[in-house]
Design a protein around this ligand. Structure first.
Ligand SMILES: Cc1cc2nc3c(=O)[nH]c(=O)nc-3n(C[C@H](O)[C@H](O)[C@H](O)COP(=O)(O)O)c2cc1C
Length: 220
């Protein structure tokens, strides 16, 4: 399947992925091909976002999909600048030979995304209405996760990023968003260069307790 495939059947694509298998194999896909993604497919994954729960069913979300190359370049330039500033300590730490391999791969993939963000065919921003002046992020993350899962189902690669918020005033104005509707996350979306797979996670039996938490408080 590719972005310019005229035979892509938007209505049926992704409808056959078992829900739990999709959940277990959704991970940050940060290496993307530059091929275009049909607007109808973006609409389909965003529609999945709109089925998320929200407090009082207020549905505070606003989605802004940016696809024009010059506009993506504007965003990518600021993202990279923010990434270099805020993630520099992690990049430095990853040089240590004792740095865990899985985390090093993660940092390098995040750097790759930052350096190639302008090539990601869709920059999907998730913004939302503030309530009494406060951003309702808890109302947006369920929608964000639904979009990520829908991308997995239809074969698109995506990841959740927030680094752009270092420049949120400038980027939000660029997107037509106001302080009443600030952006919360940027999901770079495209056809994956690699494959989906099971992400590294702590085993459920380390995380699940019955009746009372009996774990080690000093762990984190
Ligand atoms: C609130 C939040 C903010 C994140 N911000 C960024 C970001 O700015 N850039 C980035 O590359 N990844 C970002 N991530 C993605 C995480 O790094 C990723 O979910 C984590 O490494 C697990 O990846 P995996 O699912 O591939 O194992 C963010 C994730 C969350 C939940």
């Amino acid at each position: 399947m590719s972005g310019d495939d005229p035979a892509l059947d938007i209505a049926s694509v992704g409808e056959d992925v078992p829900l739990l298998e999709g959940i277990r194999t959704t991970r940050a896909i940060r290496r993307l091909r530059p091929d275009p993604v049909p607007a109808e497919l973006v609409r389909k994954v965003v529609e999945a976002g709109t089925f998320a729960p929200s407090g009082g069913n207020r549905q505070p979300w606003i989605f802004v999909a940016v696809s024009e190359p010059e506009r993506r370049a504007f965003i990518a330039k600021r993202y990279l600048k923010a990434f270099r500033t805020y993630v520099a300590p992690a990049l430095e730490a990853a040089r240590d030979p004792d740095f865990p391999d899985a985390r090093r791969r993660n940092v390098h993939a995040a750097l790759h995304l930052a350096e190639h963000l302008h090539e990601a065919p869709v920059h999907l921003f998730v913004a939302g209405w503030t309530r009494r002046g406060v951003q309702q992020t808890e109302g947006l993350f369920p929608a964000i996760q639904n979009v990520l899962l829908a991308c997995r189902a239809v074969g698109l690669g995506a990841s959740l990023t927030t680094v752009h918020r270092a420049f949120s005033e400038e980027i939000d104005a660029f997107l037509g968003l106001s302080p009443r509707t600030p952006s919360c996350a940027l999901l770079p979306i495209g056809w994956p260069a690699g494959r989906y797979g099971r992400p590294p996670r702590r085993p459920v039996d380390e995380c699940l307790f019955w009746e009372r938490y009996e774990g080690d408080e000093s762990r984190r």
